[in-house]
Design a protein around this ligand. Structure first.
Ligand code: PEP
Ligand code: MG
Length: 324
């Protein structure tokens, strides 16, 4: 199968009805970098920076991080890398930070909430990213933004660090893009102003789904109970697509579902045309997407909705089977 996919590696993912679906990869460790070439990914849609913090037994230093990020940018050449700032807490606990006893860690003090309450680490990380870019374009994404104010404060942190870097005589990126993860339902209902200001959004389907269905992604008893192709969830995702289209906000999806071929097909069909996934999923996803028409899949989804089905999965699977 790997060989079959390698034939597709240098081809763009274009569906049977001529739509380009951009396939990006998720990464986080230096070991992931060779996959940028070998998978045929068009870029890194999610670089989980916390992994570098999790594999150490003490807080990494700024210069050390800057060197790592520079290697990532060197390896990516002209492809864009979206660096997500530190996303810790909940399931990701740093061995050198005092653990927080919380009754509901997934709903607790995590990600941007920690970063805004204890800004020292995020400032250090932002500085490391700016120095790594050394004038090259840079893309930064904030995790777990639940309301406008968190985005505005995080963005203000970037501005503060930028001013300081300039004052110190360091170069600043020729282009700096700042976006947010959309992983709490609240953000989908944020003001028009938020959608206009943010430069891009990436749906973190793993978290978004757990909050949408109130089903802990870590809890074996409930984590597979709700289908990602559940009609309510798809309808919710479609409403996000509509808001992004209305404000011309680039939208991508970077949860695990992006790497599952049938899910990826449905996400693309409802209008999410940038998907970020683990590198090994790019071949299988591309191979499926290139065989089908998104317009037809969209019709299959609409019909299943009209029939009152709970999930569109069966209808889509039947269509794929009949069609091939
Ligand atoms: C997500 O929540 O879908 C996501 C991509 O982030 P993580 O899995 O790292 O929480
Ligand atoms: Mg998440």
């Amino acid at each position: 199968a790997q060989e079959r996919y390698s034939v597709l590696r240098d081809k763009k993912c274009v569906t049977a009805d001529g739509r380009h679906v951009q396939l990006l990869m998720n990464a986080g460790l230096m070991a992931d970098l060779p996959s940028l070439e070998s998978s045929g990914a068009e870029g890194v849609g999610l670089f989980r920076t916390e992994l570098q913090f999790l594999v150490r037994n003490k807080m990494p230093r700024r210069m050390e991080l800057a060197a790592l990020y520079a290697r990532v940018l060197d390896a990516s050449k002209d492809k864009r890398v979206i660096f997500r700032t530190l996303d810790i807490g909940s399931d990701k606990v740093l061995p050198y930070m005092k653990p927080q006893e919380e009754p509901n860690p997934a709903l607790g003090w995590r990600a941007i909430r920690v970063a805004l309450d204890r800004p020292g680490v995020m400032r250090m990380q932002l500085q490391a990213l700016l120095r790594a870019a050394d004038g090259r374009p840079l893309t930064i994404m904030f995790p777990f933004i639940a309301q406008y104010e968190e985005y505005a404060r995080a963005r203000a942190e970037v501005d503060t660090v930028l001013v300081r870097e300039k004052r110190l005589g360091h170069s600043v990126p020729e282009k700096l893009e700042i976006g947010c993860m959309l992983e709490t339902p609240s953000l989908a209902f944020a003001s028009e102003r938020f959608f206009r200001e943010v430069e891009f959004l990436s749906i973190g389907g793993n978290d978004l789904k757990q909050f949408f269905f109130a089903a802990d992604r870590e809890n074996e008893r409930v984590r597979r109970r709700y289908d990602s192709l559940n009609v309510s969830f798809l309808t919710f995702l479609e409403s996000i697509v509509k808001r992004c289209e209305a404000t011309q906000t680039p939208l991508s999806f970077c949860g695990e579902d992006a790497g599952r071929p049938i899910e990826a097909l449905c996400l693309a069909a409802i209008g999410i045309r940038t998907l970020s996934m683990r590198p090994a999923s790019i071949g299988p996803v591309k191979s499926l997407l290139m065989r089908y028409s998104l317009t037809e899949i969209r019709d299959v989804i609409e019909e299943a909705k009209l029939r009152g089905e709970q999930s569109v999965r069966q209808a889509v699977m039947e269509y794929l089977r009949d069609y091939s």
